[in-house]
Design a protein. Structure first.
Length: 453
């Protein structure tokens, strides 16, 4: 009896279904099963009856969508509600016109679960024609749409490829606290919360902790949430995002960090090319132009180029504004055939206190932003690693070193030269797929008005 129970459990979770133990096949596995009888489980994505004897059902599972054709007696009396969870039996047939190269000659359908209500919109259409509010207000349902699901197929590849490459670079994956005793950047735009009888802050970044970890592990990375209390109503801002962070010890300059970052991004897009061609096609998206070397231009020089070449003055109250980023990428495309450009040497007041001042001009920093298709996706720099220099920098920024004792303690006991980056994961997907808003690249986005669903 014990052996039978174990066998059933293993079979069930290995996609072996019910008492017949017929293997469940996924839609993306069917090309290898032409001529065979199969069993599929999934959702009735759409239904089209041309007559009582010819019915087309699209079945959605985690592998994609497959068309099931019921003909003659097999089609008569079919009563399937769109959205139902169903089990289908049929034979795999070659169909070169189909996206997967096959279709199912349906024989039998079992309905397992039926929706209680009609969907608030037609999910079977190729394009989900709803506005952004409707899209997000009904998020548990809209993520079932195949084009919406494809966004998160790409996003899954981004996360997986990033972790894979970072481990290849011998980085340790870390998970740092998101409830902090001091604001991460020592500035504004942070969320506060009551932490028993103390005031605490939501982490704007894992910056302090990943620097501390460099002292022990040399190379670290994190994939985790970051929180910014910005009252922004734009297509590029949210209040919670997933940051792809890294920190590397024993560097010679911030150029080393940019070199490694290029390598990581090339790996991410290589994996997207391998895994997500169908998803890119759904969005009429193309892989970006990735040169052997991303262009690197000082911010001050880029501003001059933008003014001379495009007749646009970047506002003096910003380091570079969104329109300036668009022109910077336009220049990179025209001159270097690149969808990426590093802007370097940001003014010291525009960067956090821990950023290393430039050797040849202390008013600038050894820092960079990476701009992709007109949007900043990464900020990085070499960090100040000498204790006394870090204390002085805090004072220059009007900060009290006593408030950062736990952080400074690391530097009292010798730290190697180090640097790193923070990259917005959703921004990569947003720009790659040409989405209308970054919120579309987040499963359940958080903005000023949206702490739900």
């Amino acid at each position: 009896m014990r052996t039978l129970e174990k066998s059933f459990t293993i079979s069930y979770y290995s996609n072996y279904i019910n008492m017949n133990f017929m293997p469940r096949i996924l839609s993306n596995q069917l090309k290898e099963k032409i001529g065979e009888e199969v069993e599929l489980w999934g959702r009735a994505y759409s239904l089209r009856a041309l007559s009582d004897e010819l019915v087309f059902l699209n079945l959605q599972d985690r592998g994609g969508i497959i068309q099931v054709v019921f003909e003659g007696d097999d089609a008569k009396g079919l009563n399937i509600k769109v959205g139902s969870i169903v089990k289908i039996f049929g034979t795999v047939k070659e169909e070169k016109r189909a996206a997967l190269g096959v279709e199912i000659q349906g024989k039998k359908v079992e309905t397992l679960e039926t929706p209680e209500d009609e969907m608030p919109f037609d999910i079977s259409k190729k394009a989900l024609k709803v506005d952004l509010s409707t899209l997000l207000d009904n998020r548990p349902l809209t993520i079932r749409h195949e084009t919406v699901r494809s966004i998160f197929n790409v996003y899954d590849t981004v996360l997986g490829a990033y972790a894979e490459k970072m481990r290849e670079l011998e980085c340790k994956e870390i998970k740092t606290p998101k409830i902090l005793g001091a604001a991460s950047e020592g500035g504004a735009n942070f969320f506060t919360l009551d932490y028993f009888d103390k005031k605490a802050f939501m982490a704007q970044s894992p910056q302090f902790y990943k620097q501390m970890c460099v002292g022990a592990f040399e190379r670290v990375f994190e994939i985790g949430p970051a929180f910014r209390a910005e009252r922004s109503f734009t297509t590029r801002h949210v209040n919670e995002y997933i940051s792809l962070d890294a920190e590397f010890g024993f560097i010679e300059s911030f150029e080393d960090i940019m070199d490694i970052h290029e390598e990581v991004l090339k790996h991410i897009f290589k994996k997207i090319e391998e895994k997500n061609q169908a998803d890119l096609k759904l969005h009429n998206a193309e892989l970006p132009s990735v040169p052997d070397k991303f262009p690197r231009i000082k911010l001050a020089d880029m501003k001059k180029i933008i003014k001379e070449r495009y007749g646009y003055d970047v506002p003096k109250e910003t380091d570079i504004d969104p329109q300036g980023e668009v022109y910077a990428c336009q220049y990179a495309k025209e001159e270097f055939g690149s969808d990426f450009i590093f802007l370097t040497h940001y003014p010291r007041p525009e960067r956090p206190f821990y950023t290393m001042p430039a050797k040849d001009n202390p008013e600038e920093t050894e820092s960079f932003d990476l701009i992709f298709k007109g949007l900043e996706i990464t900020t990085g720099s070499q960090r100040i690693h000498k204790y006394n220099d870090l204390v002085e920098s805090m004072k220059d920024f009007g900060l009290d070193p006593k408030d950062f004792g736990f952080y400074l303690e690391t530097f009292k006991y010798a730290m190697p030269a180090h640097g790193g980056w923070g990259m917005g994961s959703e921004r990569i997907v947003y720009k790659l797929l040409n989405l209308g808003s970054i919120k579309e690249a987040i499963l359940f986005p958080r903005d000023v008005k949206r702490p739900y669903p």
